[in-house]
Ligand binder design. Structure first.
Ligand SMILES: [Zn+2]
Length: 393
């Protein structure tokens, strides 16, 4: 809990104001393995102790190395451990009863790689008998997992701090996103990628701790849409060039840090016939005998053929291209796409931000470079933001 800047005489008042935030928003409910139709899941205790409950009555206690199987059978959850079948249930919970408890979770059907998690778990079947598995844990534990999943373990502390603040801002801005499914946020790209606590990379844990409570707000003091991508290709993109919304803090700008990185440039080839099929599918009239040439020295929004504009984002999606920042030359029956960058190009370029950290830039400089006219504030000292978060949750 971060209470600096607070005079001691105000401490009692401050804690009283903050109490709803601490009791509710300090924990996050994450829907796990959401891209899978989970049928059978195996839980194995790595460390600590858990109580397995069925609709609030305790069934069994789990110790390190103990295993629990949970599978869906029609409209019920069936569970068993190495000793016995534990029965059929409509809901189940697995609650940590010791500090530092850690659980290994491995989907068995469909099979998926195991991941390691802190916190508690709730399981139920939704209206179409699909298993919902939710991990409930502290916000900062979740953010550390997201930072590792979204950016790996090779970056420097100032980058991790920027990424932690961005991921925290995203989380608090999206706590309502899966409200109808009875959890806060999912573990896929749809929200933020989260694969449990990963390898517990110490610089990431430290960056999350050192930026505790920090979020990014716009000129109006509202949480920003903290978009980020892998590599800008040398120029970031206005929000309205990719999505329909114009956001004053997501402005395209020159990015001098993008070169000589993993995703600085790319090349791909597409048969001309596929391109023609694409144009026909969009009712674009064209001369099939005229070789295509398209140059994009600066980022554009459209390619124009016979006065007909085609959104570059449509071309990117249709051909699964790494970015919209490309030029095209035709050689015989093949189109050669030469592109720069990776991702939508809006907000922070992760690779450039990593390079900025290498060049000695601070997390504040990184954030202020990629987001225009923003401020970094402490959520624990910003009561109106806490109230807004509760309203949407
Ligand atoms: Zn989601």
């Amino acid at each position: 809990m971060r209470l600096h800047y607070i005079p001691t005489c105000l401490l009692v008042v401050k804690i009283a104001i903050l109490l709803p935030f601490f009791t509710k928003a300090q924990e996050v409910k994450v829907g796990l393995y959401r891209s899978l139709e989970l049928r059978t899941v195996v839980f194995k205790v790595i460390e600590g102790q858990y109580t397995v409950s069925n609709n609030d009555s305790a069934l069994v206690t789990m110790q390190p190395s103990d295993i629990l199987f949970v599978t869906s059978v029609a409209d019920r959850l069936s569970s068993w451990n190495s000793a016995a079948h534990l029965g059929l249930h409509s809901t189940m919970s697995i609650t940590a009863t010791k500090d530092n408890s850690r659980m290994l979770i491995e989907p068995a059907y469909p099979a998926a790689p195991p991941r390691r998690y802190y916190g508690n778990f709730n399981i139920w079947l939704d209206s179409v008998n699909r298993m919902t598995l939710v991990n409930q844990l502290s916000m900062d534990e979740y953010i550390a997992g997201v930072v590792e999943a979204e950016s790996g373990i090779k970056a420097l502390p100032e980058f991790y701090k920027a990424q932690a603040i961005i991921s925290r801002t995203y989380l608090l801005n999206n706590l309502h996103r899966h409200k109808n499914e009875n959890f806060d946020i999912c573990d896929e790209v749809h929200c933020q990628v989260y694969k449990g606590y990963g390898v517990e990379h110490k610089p990431i844990l430290k960056a999350v701790e050192e930026t505790k409570g920090l979020v990014i707000v716009d000129k109006q003091g509202l949480l920003i849409t903290a978009a980020f991508h892998a590599n800008s290709g040398g120029q970031t993109v206005n929000s309205e060039d990719v999505w329909s919304t114009t956001l004053p803090y997501l402005r395209g700008k020159e990015d001098p840090y993008y070169e000589k990185l993993n995703h600085s440039s790319w090349t791909t080839e597409i048969p001309v016939t596929q391109w023609h099929d694409f144009l026909r599918s969009r009712n674009i009239s064209f001369d099939p005998n005229k070789p295509l040439s398209f140059q994009q020295p600066k980022r554009q929004r459209f390619m124009v053929i016979n006065n007909q504009p085609i959104m570059l984002t449509d071309i990117r999606n249709a051909f699964n291209l790494k970015s919209t920042f490309f030029s095209i030359e035709q050689k015989g029956n093949v189109l050669i796409f030469k592109g720069k960058g990776f991702g939508h190009g809006v907000g922070m370029s992760q690779e450039s931000a990593m390079k900025m950290a290498q060049k000695g830039k601070s997390f504040q400089e990184i954030i202020n470079f990629f987001y225009t006219n923003v401020q970094i504030v402490d959520i624990f000292e910003t009561t109106y933001l806490q109230n807004m978060i509760f309203e949407t949750r």
